[in-house]
Design a protein around this ligand. Sequence first.
Ligand code: CA
Length: 225
Amino acid sequence: MTAHILVVEDEPQVAQFIELELRYEGYQVTVAHDGISGLAAARELELDLILLDWMLPGLSGLEICRRLRDTGNKVQIVLLTAKDEVGDRVAGLDAGADDYLVKPFSIEELLARVRARLRRFEEEEKELLEFADLTLNRKTREVYRGDRWLELTAKEFDLLEYFISHPRQVLNREQILERVWGYEFIGDSNIIEVYIRYLRTKMEAGGEKRLIQTMRGVGYVLREN
Ligand code: CA
């Protein structure tokens, strides 16, 4: 499946250069040269990513970004900007951009950023996650071990989702706390052990083998043995 990228850039040479490089990499590319047609294209097309220049005639990249997010559009957006003031970057991210690239940039840098964003998007979008005989559906929030349905609380689900989206990676306590309970978590950090125990009990209730392993002194890992 080829990713479809929209390039919104008013400088013709820059737009053409980016377009050719992206096509050479095998992407499907659409180009718009001003803010109005850029926004229209973003709304009409099925896109995977938008490379959006900040300073555009008609409508700024920032404004396009805001309008797309306001209508629930979740397409990946990388802002291209000549401004490198910290405040501008923050404004870009506040408007809903996923990343930004400061001009002038090398084409290698641009392509690397595009690849990284597309990969990230695929991971975030993936609905059904599987590991061994475990299946987790992000949309319905249902979890199965083989044919056996697991009744999980919201927190247990979040914790298992974190593990299953990072299979075979050792996750330390700080990462788990931050990701599942949030930065502001204050309290008994034994909460992780408690929830791992709940999860294991439910996951192994049918006599199945353990999938969440303890790495003593380090953290936990989703692994078959
Ligand atoms: Ca421009």
